[in-house]
Ligand binder design. Structure first.
Ligand SMILES: [Zn+2]
Ligand SMILES: [Zn+2]
Length: 449
């Protein structure tokens, strides 16, 4: 592409175009002319449009076009980075598609495990006591969750979404329709806040969490409300609640967690002794001591895989219903929970993970952008700690910009731009010098005439 001649007398390969294509300062113009004169030593005249051949003008146009292209690409990458960072935070589709899962296996934990507390404990119910669905932060629908538990050797499940009973009620409807008398669901809510997580078992309405950090009396009010509705309260995963979250070494994941004695005084009915792979040995000892001292009012023992998506299963709560060979009912299972007559199976290596989700095609469509966003996020840290499930976070926000990393990026960009300019310069002078030497050989020198 040719440019109007007027541009060429002020332009050099060292000059990067700005907007309208004109140099922005005199120094650039002077430097350009000086260099151009050096290149034009064959006729010893100042550089002008008239002094350059059409091929030389084309060379200059190509270099100019290259510079424009580099600028456009650089701006496009910056814009993409900005868009992709926002996209990565706000609109990235999930990486996996869980809608096509199949549950075509059957695991039988009784074939290789015996109850932990009393190896001779007999049972006809294998219960999951803690699970999530798509009604909170789980990836399986209530229907899929029931199928997943059937495949893993359970015939009962307490479905406990964060701060809602909707998932439990949906799973209950599905089990009643598909497996009456064979698989029961007890609806529940995982009461989730910044102080404690508790499963409110066998309730049909959601108990509101009044604030991210409820007071002791607000916790007790919630517990009393569950009892008034005929439910039970179990304290979940104390080791996880008391662990630290990355970036916050001085505060627990759930700060100001009530201790076990205080929770019993508030009226809780029991403790989750296993959560995922973690066996809470301190709660185990606490419950054993308590039940030895208060055999008339034992604390309930349950275990939970806290399933959010297909994973290995590590524990199974077991109990024996008292209704003989009658079809299994939620009432019969719940009666045993109320009486505290449970034991559990535990295998820390877990079951094989059979259900593998497909990759989500929408995610991979946007993956270049979201991955770019992930890259740009390495230049700063933004942490907010544990989510309260009430709209707030449990730790103060930390925002830190990595200045050294940004300076390093800027240095690489400068090196890249200078390198491109040097290559452009070499290309330009290489070509024009060759043509002038060729012309020198075929035309008589002015001094000869
Ligand atoms: Zn929890
Ligand atoms: Zn949970």
């Amino acid at each position: 592409m040719r440019w109007p001649d007027i541009f060429y007398d002020e332009r050099s390969p060292l000059h990067t175009p700005h907007g309208d294509g004109r140099p922005k300062n005199r120094r650039a113009t002077t430097f350009a002319s000086k260099n151009a004169c050096t290149a034009n030593d064959s006729n010893n005249s100042p550089l002008s449009a008239a002094s350059l051949s059409p091929k030389e003008l084309d060379d200059k146009g190509n270099v100019h076009g290259l510079n424009i292209a580099i600028t456009i690409v650089a701006l496009a990458v910056l814009l993409l980075g900005l868009v992709s960072t926002v996209l990565n935070d706000m609109a990235s589709p999930p990486k996996y598609d869980y809608s096509q899962l199949t549950f075509n296996w059957h695991n039988d934990p009784a074939s290789y495990l015996e109850p932990v507390m009393a190896p001779n404990f007999t049972y006809n119910v294998v219960l999951e006591a803690h699970a999530h669905t798509t009604h909170s932060d789980g990836d399986m629908t209530p229907e899929q969750l029931v199928e997943y538990y059937r495949a893993n050797g359970f015939n009962a499940a307490i479905v406990s979404d964060h701060n809602t009973v909707a998932g439990g009620l949906a799973a209950e409807r599905y089990a009643q329709r598909q497996y009456p008398g064979q698989f029961v669901v007890i609806p529940a809510q995982e009461y989730s806040c910044c102080r404690v997580h508790m499963n409110f078992i066998n309730i049909r309405e959601t108990i509101p969490v009044v604030q991210a950090f409820p007071t002791d009396s607000e916790l007790k009010e919630a517990i009393d409300r569950v009892h008034a509705l005929g439910g039970l309260v179990v304290v979940n995963h104390i080791p996880w609640s008391n662990s630290t979250t990355a970036g916050y070494p001085d505060t627990a994941t759930l700060p100001n967690h009530p201790n076990r004695e205080d929770l019993v005084a508030m009226g809780v009915d029991g403790f989750e002794l296993v959560n995922g792979q973690v066996f809470d040995t301190r709660s185990y000892r606490f419950v054993q001591n308590h039940n030895a001292q208060h055999p008339e009012d034992p604390l309930l023992v349950v275990t939970g895989n806290d399933v959010h998506r297909p994973q290995s299963v590590y524990s199974w709560t077991v109990l024996q219903t008292r209704n003989g060979n009658q079809p299994l009912t939620a009432q019969a299972v719940f009666a045993e929970l109320q009486a505290g007559r449970t034991d559990f199976l535990f295998e820390p290596s877990g079951t094989r993970q059979h259900a593998v989700p497909q990759r989500n095609s929408r995610y991979w469509l946007l993956a270049p952008l979201t991955n770019l966003g992930e890259y740009f996020k390495t230049y700063y840290d933004r942490q907010r700690g544990m989510y309260s499930f009430t709209g707030e976070f449990c730790q103060p926000q930390i925002f830190e910009v990595h200045t050294a990393a940004i300076l390093s990026l800027a240095m690489y960009l400068v090196v890249a731009v200078v390198s491109v300019e040097l290559v452009s310069l070499a290309l330009f002078f290489g070509k024009s010098g060759y043509r002038r030497r060729a012309r020198w050989r075929v035309q008589p020198h002015p001094s000869a005439s």
